[in-house]
Design a protein around this ligand. Structure first.
Ligand SMILES: Cc1ncc(COP(=O)(O)O)c(C=O)c1O
Length: 366
């Protein structure tokens, strides 16, 4: 018997998906069968189209596992022992990349700013001027830790100026916001199945500049995390190198169709943006201050400060969950916060309903 949730996820992924996406997982598919391999090839081509890149110059590599697996595969395979990477951080996901660099044994430099601030162009320029060993730059686009939307144009401009390879972790933004990968000169963009394309968890993907990926042959220090090898195998005919998450892949293919039906990335962005603005506006009125200022806020997820010292998140969480919505704890160490994601199958009515529930919790009658 199938039991359905009686709540929706207001989290940064896995997120609330459509029943039709979930239904795709009721079929068992064979990994080497042409029907299945053609799903993989369709997904790879469609992702290039969404990224706005020339299909001759870029390619897509799908990678088993969660988003971090693909980030680690990129760090491990595209940065050789002769290279040095500048890692820009203002949140936990940037810091995770630093950890990966340490595990892999990469030459790296970290440039970090507080979680609610943008990295500064002049400071990064100084680092790049002074440290000519730097060959790669990596930055998270939407830092899901807080919801800050990092200035991708600024880092892309610097990367072009200093002729470095640019790696962008667009895990929680790709599909929900337009990112013109070739115009920005992004060499590797990473995202995963269970974010703004609204699939389910199980694999991640890398949109890679072909010329650069080809030059990575032999760099990898690990078999499973070899992005080049993964691409070579998959590019032949859509068969994955090791066992592929067949159910998840089929669900993702359906999610891509549904993104088109919604009107593509511009329509999805508009829905997320409206959800986010309404949420912030209404919660502000009942005492919830957002941690990130309006101009730096992404349309993906918002961090809210506790409204007062008596606020009990567990109690609040249970109250809201019993009424149909699951929230997310905060990820800051020095401030008491919680987060609300507004991506996935979440519409204006859900946000209004949620805000009514939160207003009731706060003792405000409309
Ligand atoms: C920006 C960003 N990078 C990396 C990750 C890590 O992805 P995963 O938890 O799927 O490994 C996340 C997860 O939410 C993320 O938001």
């Amino acid at each position: 018997m199938i039991t359905m949730n009686n709540y929706k996820l207001l989290t940064p992924g896995p997120l609330t998906t459509t029943n039709s996406v979930k239904e795709e997982m009721l079929v068992d598919r064979c990994t080497w069968d042409n029907d299945y391999k053609s799903i993989t090839q369709k997904i790879r081509a469609k992702l290039l189209q969404l990224a706005g890149v020339d299909q001759e110059k870029y390619t897509t590599v799908l990678m088993q596992g969660s988003g971090s697996f693909a980030v680690e595969a990129v760090m491990n395979s595209t940065i050789s022992n002769r290279d040095k990477v500048l890692i820009v951080t203002n949140g936990a996901y940037g810091e995770r990349i630093v950890k990966m660099a340490k595990y892999i044994g990469l030459a790296f430099r970290e440039y970090s700013v507080p979680y609610n601030e943008y990295p500064k162009e002049y400071e990064i320029r100084e680092i790049l001027k002074e440290d000519s060993d730097i060959t790669h730059i990596v930055m998270v686009h939407c830092e899901t830790t807080t919801g800050i939307l990092n200035p991708i144009d600024m880092i892309a401009k610097l990367s072009k100026e200093f002729e470095t390879t640019l790696i962008i972790d667009a895990m929680s933004s790709f599909g929900g916001m337009e990112i013109n990968v070739s115009e920005l000169g992004i060499d590797y963009l990473i995202s995963s199945a269970n974010k703004c394309i609204q699939g389910v968890p199980g694999f991640a993907f890398v949109i890679a500049r072909l010329e650069k990926l080809i030059a990575c042959k032999g760099n990898s220090r690990s078999l499973s995390f070899d992005l080049y090898d993964q691409w070579q195998e998959m590019d032949k005919d859509g068969k994955w190198r090791f066992t592929s998450p067949t159910h998840v892949v089929a669900a993702f293919s359906k999610a891509l169709d549904e993104l088109d039906e919604e009107g593509g990335i511009p329509a999805r962005f508009a829905r997320y943006q409206e959800n986010n603005q309404r949420l912030r506006e209404r919660l502000k009125k009942v005492g919830f201050q957002a941690y990130i200022s309006d101009e730096k806020q992404s349309p993906i997820i918002t961090t809210f400060l506790f409204p007062n010292k008596h606020f009990n998140f567990e109690h609040f969480y249970t109250f809201v969950k019993e009424r149909g919505y699951v929230l997310y704890p905060g990820k800051l160490t020095d401030e008491n916060t919680f987060r609300i994601g507004n991506i996935g199958e979440i519409y204006k009515d859900d946000i209004e309903d949620l805000c009514n529930i939160i207003e009731a919790y706060m003792g405000v009658n409309k």
